[in-house]
Design a binder for this molecule. Structure first.
Ligand SMILES: C[S@@+](CC[C@H](N)C(=O)[O-])C[C@H]1O[C@@H](n2cnc3c(N)ncnc32)[C@H](O)[C@@H]1O
Length: 449
């Protein structure tokens, strides 16, 4: 049987001591003198440390800003579709929720109206620099810039987000240009996210449905409904290259891999018929959330932010992996590793099985979490020899659980990875590509043993 994955004891690596990479170019540290007034375009390269520093800082600032905006856009789309689903299912909460949804929808509709009005006027030759259908010339220029790279469908999806609308009128030109590029690079992800959450962007365009405009008709063309299924029942394949992506359902051994939100326990699998994840006070120590010594009512709330803001993507040669759609902080609990609970000697899951251990007792696993058929997004975390997350044994409320924790800050669009442990790679080859990868140092005999 292949070696089971085991959570490390020392879970959060201290990265403050990490050495700089060898090819890191040192620049003399000095505060920028005219940071705010830096030119929009890169100035010609010079050799002085000050200028190099300023340009590096500017590039970093733009990248950070664009990633902030994109993270906020995914969050906006998530929260608005969440609210909409609640409204549609008649689970209307107190009025502030409703008014938030209405205001956001109204502002998106105004932006679409301005865009459509301009497009209609352009058709009959009536646009000029004095055109008052836009709030400003800048907005008209930027919308034009967006349409040169992308289409009305993506614009309508993005327009739903307040972060996007604010960027359109408030960010400087360089940030806007980089944002449009990034949206173009990730349009498959943005489109899939909107569709799989049931975001109402087509509704914004419907009142123009009778207009004879090819872009509009293209945007309103029916698309298959992804919102009926769980978002993690969809994998984006072929990467984000324009018009090359498609979707597939995650399958293993010919079965759809079903999403669950708690471990499945079947007493008949266990000799004593008891759920091995029930907390035992003297064995499992304090609750990791409230530090109570005895049973408490804590739980890891579900869904976590990560459940809502990650996507499944096909990575060449490693299969499905997980991409972050927001920024996560070092130490953040991303989710719990879930699956069917099986006895430790269960032999039938060679890819997804994780040993379930209590945090205080080393080397005595209580069960095995088999996620090959039932599990959540965490089962798709690929291995890296320099991972961004780790398994963490926790005691929470009435249960013990295997959580997944970020071991460093994770940026939006980064793949989230975890260390499966050296044992997992005894008879397999790791393709993580890290310079210190286990498999690179292993001899042929070791990997084929
Ligand atoms: C827990 S699953 C991860 C999700 C998996 N990629 C999938 O498509 O379902 C573990 C399997 O993913 C693949 N995998 C994950 N990380 C890998 C890596 N660094 N190198 C090669 N294969 C990897 C291996 O096939 C491994 O058995």
């Amino acid at each position: 049987m292949a070696e089971k994955r085991r959570a490390p004891d020392d879970h959060v690596e201290d990265l403050t001591e990490r050495h700089e990479p060898k090819n890191f170019k040192k620049v003399r540290f000095q505060l920028p003198r005219h940071h705010e007034g830096l030119p929009e375009k890169d100035s010609p390269a010079t050799d002085t440390d000050d200028e190099l520093f300023e340009r590096t800082l500017r590039t970093m600032h733009v990248k950070e800003r664009v990633h902030d905006i994109l993270a906020a856009m995914y969050y906006d789309m998530h929260i608005l579709s969440w609210r909409r689903n609640e409204l549609m299912q008649n689970r209307i909460r107190p009025w502030p929720d409703l008014s938030f949804y209405r205001v956001q929808h109204q502002e998106a509709a105004w932006l679409i109206d301005r865009t459509m009005r301009r497009a209609m006027l352009a058709k009959v030759g009536q646009t000029s620099s004095e055109d008052l259908t836009y709030l400003s010339k800048q907005e008209a220029h930027r919308v034009g810039q967006f349409f040169r790279r992308l289409n009305l469908r993506v614009f309508a999806i993005c327009a739903v987000s307040e972060a996007f609308r604010l960027a359109l009128c408030k960010e400087d030109q360089l940030v806007w240009a980089v944002l449009v590029n990034k949206i173009a690079e990730n349009w498959a992800s943005i489109g899939t996210f909107a569709r799989s959450r049931g975001l109402d962007w087509q509704g914004l365009l419907l009142k123009y449905a009778d207009k004879d405009d090819s872009l509009l008709q293209q945007a309103l063309a029916p698309v298959s409904d992804l919102a009926e299924e769980h978002p993690h029942h969809r994998v984006i394949t072929n990467g984000p290259a324009p018009r090359k992506h498609s979707h597939r359902k995650p399958q293993y051994e010919g079965h759809l891999q079903i999403n669950i939100d708690h471990n499945l326990f079947n007493p008949s699998y266990f000799k004593d018929k008891k759920d091995p994840t029930i907390r035992v006070p003297d064995r499992d120590g304090r609750c990791d959330l409230c530090y109570a010594e005895r049973e408490c009512d804590c739980w890891i709330s579900h869904p976590t932010l990560a459940t809502c803001l990650v996507e499944l993507v096909d990575y060449p040669s490693r299969g499905i992996g997980v991409r972050a759609l927001t920024r996560f902080k070092k130490g953040e609990i991303l989710d719990q590793y879930l699956g069917e609970l099986r006895p430790v000697d269960y032999q039938d899951d060679h890819a997804y099985a994780l040993l379930h251990e209590p945090k205080m007792v080393e080397g005595s696993p209580l069960a095995l979490i088999s996620a090959k058929r039932y599990g959540n997004w965490t089962r798709f975390l690929n291995h890296s020899c320099k991972p961004s997350a780790t398994f963490l044994k926790m005691t929470v409320g009435k249960k013990i659980t295997m959580a997944v924790q970020a071991v460093r800050d994770i940026d939006i669009f980064e793949e989230i990875t975890i260390d499966y442990g050296k044992g997992y790679w005894k008879n397999r080859v790791c393709l993580c590509g890290e310079p210190d990868c286990h498999s690179q140092g292993a001899t042929k005999e070791e990997t084929e043993a």
